[in-house]
Ligand binder design. Structure first.
Ligand code: ACO
Length: 335
């Protein structure tokens, strides 16, 4: 979709953070019946970072990622007008973005959470760009952060091998239309398949003794891996093609394919379907696993640190996951 743009969106800086503790496939094979060979061949994941201990939370990771991005451009946090925290593992269901606002001292920013699992960062970035392009705000901080290690069942080998914790941040600012970097987007949801991947609120069996009220809690991630795999490999290429077509961009002109870091087989299958050279795939899931909303900004930040991305490179960014929700944004990188 092309926005009704009054102004453009510029990406000023990125930052990222992961916990110190690294959990290898070998270590997981001491917890559940699995092996390094099984995990590596099925997913491409070698290790993941896990938030251990009691004194750290998703907020700490998000704050470090945000401060790194701010420091890169020597920006004071008081310049931020809006903070969007894309997460599905907040430490407060009423919203965690406000805690980040307070900790980084972004005293002029309004802050809210956005829940869309592994598509959260793409949706957050597009939401931010709407506020910037219609002139409501000048500077927005978008953070994708998840700590799914706290929500997986560590005795379920089909899910606990996949996820890791992390946070990635991006600072966006309004600019003239000529300097616009977010060229277009394409977003989708199909709630008919929400059961393929969920983290459900479950009620207790017995109601409150006086009120006919059932209370409960959120349990563990449940996933139909095969269906999620088929969905990603079939729908993500279509979303990318629709987005490229709406902008009259040829797939051969794409410099980088930056997909949600779920599984190396999904990433290469999407590239193959689009006839995109696998050298153009940005991939770091071998080190971090699937970090959900954090995976795209984490991989982007690392690719920028490694100076992979050049001025005017075209980057296709696609997120996909629970909802089911998926979507694409096409970015022209400018330094
Ligand atoms: N170690 C060893 N064996 C395992 C493991 C494990 N960790 N997990 C499952 N198995 C077994 C199963 O029990 C099954 O055994 P069986 O044949 O005796 O019944 C066998 O391996 C095959 O299981 P499948 O589930 O069919 O394995 P599959 O080849 O589909 O691979 C995987 C599983 C890796 C999860 C794959 O389906 C996949 O990648 N799906 C996409 C998942 C994903 O990316 N989810 C996240 C995306 S969205 C988001 O990020 C939130």
């Amino acid at each position: 979709m092309k926005s009704l743009m009054m102004q453009g969106t510029q990406i000023l800086a990125t930052g990222s953070a992961v916990p110190d503790f690294s959990l290898s496939n070998e270590q997981i094979s001491q917890i559940v019946e699995t092996s390094n060979e099984w995990i590596l061949t099925r997913t491409g994941i070698k290790k993941r970072r896990i938030l251990t201990g009691t004194h750290q939370s998703i907020i700490d990771l998000a704050v470090v990622a945000a401060l790194k991005a701010l420091n890169k451009i020597a920006m004071d946090a008081s310049e931020i007008d809006l903070i969007i925290l894309a997460t599905s593992s907040p430490n407060d269901l009423f919203g965690s973005a406000s805690q980040i606002q307070a900790k980084i001292k972004a005293n002029n920013a309004v802050a809210f959470d956005l829940t869309a699992a592994c598509s959260g960062f793409v949706l957050g970035m597009i939401t931010a760009s709407q506020f910037l392009q219609n002139g409501s705000y000048k500077t927005v901080l978008v953070i994708g952060a998840d700590t799914l290690s706290k929500w997986v069942n560590w005795s379920d080998r089909s899910t606990c091998i996949l996820f890791g914790d992390g946070a990635g941040a991006m600072i966006l600012q309004s600019c003239s239309k000529l300097d616009n970097q977010i060229l277009g987007f394409q977003l989708n949801t199909d709630g008919n398949y929400c059961n393929h991947l969920s983290l459900l609120y479950e009620e207790e069996i017995n109601p409150h003794p006086i009120l006919n009220l059932y209370q409960g809690s959120f349990k563990y991630i449940s996933m139909n891996g095969k269906e999620v795999y088929k969905f990603a490999v079939s729908q993500v290429p279509l979303s990318i093609l629709k987005c490229l077509n709406s902008l009259n961009i040829d797939v051969n002109d794409i410099d980088w394919l930056l997909l949600h870091q779920a599984n190396d087989r999904i990433l290469t299958a999407v590239a193959d379907k689009l006839s995109i050279d696998t050298n153009k795939i940005i991939m770091n899931l071998n080190k971090y696993g699937n970090t959900s909303a954090a995976s795209i900004p984490l991989a982007l930040d690392e690719a920028l640190e490694q100076k992979k991305i050049s001025n005017n490179d075209l980057i296709v960014i696609s997120g996909f996951g629970a909802g089911l929700t998926w979507g694409t944004a096409i970015i022209k990188w400018k330094y």
